[in-house]
Design a protein around this ligand. Structure first.
Ligand code: AMP
Length: 419
């Protein structure tokens, strides 16, 4: 251990070049949204605890076990946000965005916090890009979001992302299904905690990954057999729009997700190169959420894509990390006078849009040239006192080793032409 302090358990630092790769991942996720007219929204990293308790669901793992909650010095109960949808909806209602033209399309990017058992791909601090469409029940919105997520993964060059699709039905279909599922589950030999879940939130039992539970669920009733005609029609439209958009998906009638608010469309993006934490993103429709947090009826659909796991997926596919740019020109001054001159040169180059860096600390030629190589620059500008006296600088092509004396007056124009 080199230092007294470490990043807290379940968190990690992003250092170059993974830092740049993370930025590129977020940008790739945002690009399809920007070109589809989504507005950018930011909300605070913490909210009143009750927002999540009600919005995410009292019986969910997130609320019962995973929230970073605390009481402030002023006595307010707040929680570091474990997810983005409830805060965004809260902000939409508070800022009256729902009273303007509908639908409201929004995207966001930020840090989220869950007190989970850390493992590869599962952290206590993680990063998501999210998107929401509020104020419409149109199945085209559900399909649009799936397409935009798939386009983001494609932009990054990922080929191993699968789309799982389900419909959980609306209030028209869910009660009958819930009852049928409960009937089935009550007939199984289950442990006490799972039995409690059967009574509280039976759909969540479908998400239990234990092999013995999955085996016992083989004959469980499927939501697809309980969908009302309008829920079925909604789902079929989503499916056919996805097919028309060239997005392959797998129907997964057992797909449920860890938040209580979903209705109708539900989807998850999974990557098989990631081991047990295979979900790189997911989302769905949440038509009743607004009422749950005290708002008017305001249907919505959205997703959140996990940036950390998407970065792991890029690495699992062996893709070159995106966003690692480096500089184009590296100045190597020899001597104090040359150092001052080179400082001016890189300042001008940067202002002219050429990425440039300079050796500092009065390094000798050998060390400075090493730094030039490491910088990723294509050209080094080597300049000593004698060069300056003659009004030239040496421009060296770092790939070929070729070197050419260029007049200092023409240097910036010359380099701009080269890079
Ligand atoms: P969720 O809100 O649970 O649906 O999460 C959406 C996406 O965020 C998931 O598919 C993951 O890619 C990512 N994610 C959720 N929780 C974590 C976590 N603890 N660590 C890393 N990524 C996470």
């Amino acid at each position: 251990m080199n230092a007294e302090f470490r990043a807290p358990k379940g968190t990690f630092d992003l250092v170059p070049p993974r830092g740049e790769a993370m930025l590129a991942v977020r940008e790739a996720m945002a690009a399809p949204l920007r070109s589809a007219g989504y507005g950018y929204i930011e909300t605070p990293s913490f909210e009143e605890t009750a927002l999540f308790a009600r919005g995410v669901g009292e019986s969910t793992d997130i609320v019962t076990k995973e929230m970073y909650s605390f009481t402030t010095r002023g006595g307010d109960d707040v929680t570091l946000r474990p997810e983005g949808t409830a805060p965004v909806l809260r902000a939409v209602l508070e800022n009256n965005l729902h009273r303007g033209a509908l639908p409201v399309k929004l995207w966001y990017s930020g840090s989220y916090y869950r007190y989970e058992r850390p493992q590869k791909g599962r952290y206590r601090h993680f990063s998501q890009v999210g998107a929401e469409i509020l104020g419409t029940e149109d199945p085209a919105s559900d399909a649009e979001l799936v397409v935009l997520a798939v386009d983001a993964y494609r932009l990054l060059g990922l080929t191993g992302v699968r789309v799982l699709l389900n419909s959980l039905g609306s209030h028209e279909s869910r009660p009958a299904y819930r009852a049928a599922l409960q009937d089935y589950l009550r007939g199984l030999d289950l442990d006490e905690e799972t039995k409690r879940r059967v009574e509280l939130n039976p759909l969540r039992v479908l998400d239990d990954k234990r092999p013995e539970i999955q085996k016992a669920l083989a004959e469980a009733p499927l939501i697809t057999d309980f969908l009302s005609p309008s829920d079925r029609a909604h789902h079929e439209t989503v499916r056919s729009l996805l097919t028309a958009a060239g997005v392959a998906f797998e129907d997964d009638p057992r797909l449920v997700r860890g938040l209580d608010y979903y209705t109708r469309t539900l989807f998850e993006f999974v990557h098989d190169g990631l081991g047990s934490q295979s979900a790189v993103g997911g989302g769905g429709r949440y038509d009743g959420l607004s009422e749950l947090i005290g708002g008017p009826a305001l249907p919505g659909v959205g997703w959140a894509l996990g940036a950390d796991r998407t970065l792991l997926a890029l690495e699992a596919e062996g893709l070159a990390l995106p966003g690692t740019t480096g500089v184009q020109v590296f100045a190597v001054p020899l001597g104090d006078e040359a150092a001052a001159w080179a400082f001016g040169l890189v300042t001008t180059l940067r202002r002219e849009g050429v990425a440039a860096d300079v050796a500092t600390g009065g390094r000798g030629l050998k060390g400075a040239m090493k730094a030039a190589d490491r910088s990723g620059a294509k050209y080094a500008v080597v300049v000593g006192e004698r060069d300056l006296a003659e009004g030239v600088a040496q421009v060296k092509d770092l790939a070929t080793g070729e070197q050419q004396a260029v007049s200092v007056n023409e240097l910036v124009t010359h380099l701009k032409r080269l890079v």
